[in-house]
Write a protein that binds this ligand. Structure first.
Ligand SMILES: [Zn+2]
Length: 64
């Protein structure tokens, strides 16, 4: 067991108890969410933080 470094993997796999560095990373990742997890209903700025990311609709920019 060498799990010293706490880094943010996915929003989806977050433990209930989030604090310290992980909390900082979490806050950073959800500050301006661009993606949404279709499976877990969470948001994040980077899609790699989600297990099933879909792009959030951008306001004022309609592709259709
Ligand atoms: Zn997910």
């Amino acid at each position: 067991m060498s799990e010293k470094k706490k880094k943010l993997d996915t929003m989806c796999g977050l433990p209930k108890d989030v604090k310290g560095d992980l909390l900082d990373a979490f806050r950073e990742a959800v500050r301006k969410p661009r993606f949404y997890c279709e499976r877990c209903h969470r948001v994040a700025r980077k899609k790699r933080h989600l297990c099933k990311p879909v792009r959030l609709r951008e306001k004022g920019k309609s592709s259709r």
